[in-house]
Write a new protein. Structure first.
Length: 215
């Protein structure tokens, strides 16, 4: 079983990743600014205080772990905008300072930069609200940064349109082309997104690349 440090464990996506990891028997260290917000109790769960924007905090949380997961800015509204791109640099800096082999990094990404069937990118669609465009481009900036990193094993996992729903444990995946259904829609439940992320921990398929998942 893997030892996972999870930043953003009390968010919409992070809480599902936490539950999925624990249900599969992994050991999770939830790293949050306010440990009191994690009310879950589990023998494989440790809760510590930390800040994803502080590289020293990242290093401390990452020591002895197999994987660091960042679910910060993963869909909890415009308030997380200021953390998305800066957290990428902080995570890499923190992992570089780990003694010995650095854990692998899996970061929740965004769908904005994915290619659509018409050859454009998702963020080129008409009528998108400005705050959403800002979040999409912040995730795009984070991905651009990850793609310059060769000394840390990273993965960026972009969701389709995502919202809490049913855990079916089924999904389809692609790389930089948006995964859509026969109606051209691209959706996934938060629960199945968590399934895909933990699957990637258990059976690595996307080292140093971005992939996306949808039903």
């Amino acid at each position: 079983m893997a030892k996972i440090a999870l930043f953003g464990a009390n968010g919409t996506i992070g809480s599902r990743v936490l539950r999925e990891a624990l249900d599969r028997g992994h050991h999770v260290t939830a790293v949050v600014r306010d440990p009191a917000k994690i009310t879950e109790s589990h023998p494989n769960l440790t809760v510590v205080q930390g800040d994803v924007l502080d590289p020293a905090s990242v290093t401390a949380a990452a020591e002895g772990q197999d994987v660091v997961v960042s679910a910060v800015g993963g869909g909890d509204g415009p308030g997380h905008l200021a953390t998305i791109a800066p957290s990428a640099k902080s995570l890499i800096a923190g992992l570089r300072a780990v003694d010995g082999d650095s854990p692998r990094l899996i970061a929740v990404g965004g769908a904005g930069s994915l290619r659509t069937p018409d050859g454009r990118q998702v963020w080129d669609a008409e009528g998108l609200p400005e705050f959403l465009l800002q979040i999409m481009h912040a995730h795009g900036d984070a991905l651009d940064y990850y793609r310059t990193v060769a000394d840390i094993r990273w993965t960026n996992l972009s969701p389709a349109t995502i919202e809490p729903g049913e855990r079916t444990s089924t999904y389809r995946s692609g790389l930089d082309d948006l995964v859509t259904d026969t109606d051209g829609q691209s959706r996934i439940s938060t629960e199945d997104y968590a399934v895909a992320l933990i699957d990637e921990i258990e059976q690595p398929q996307h080292i140093n690349e971005r992939f996306n998942v949808a039903h």
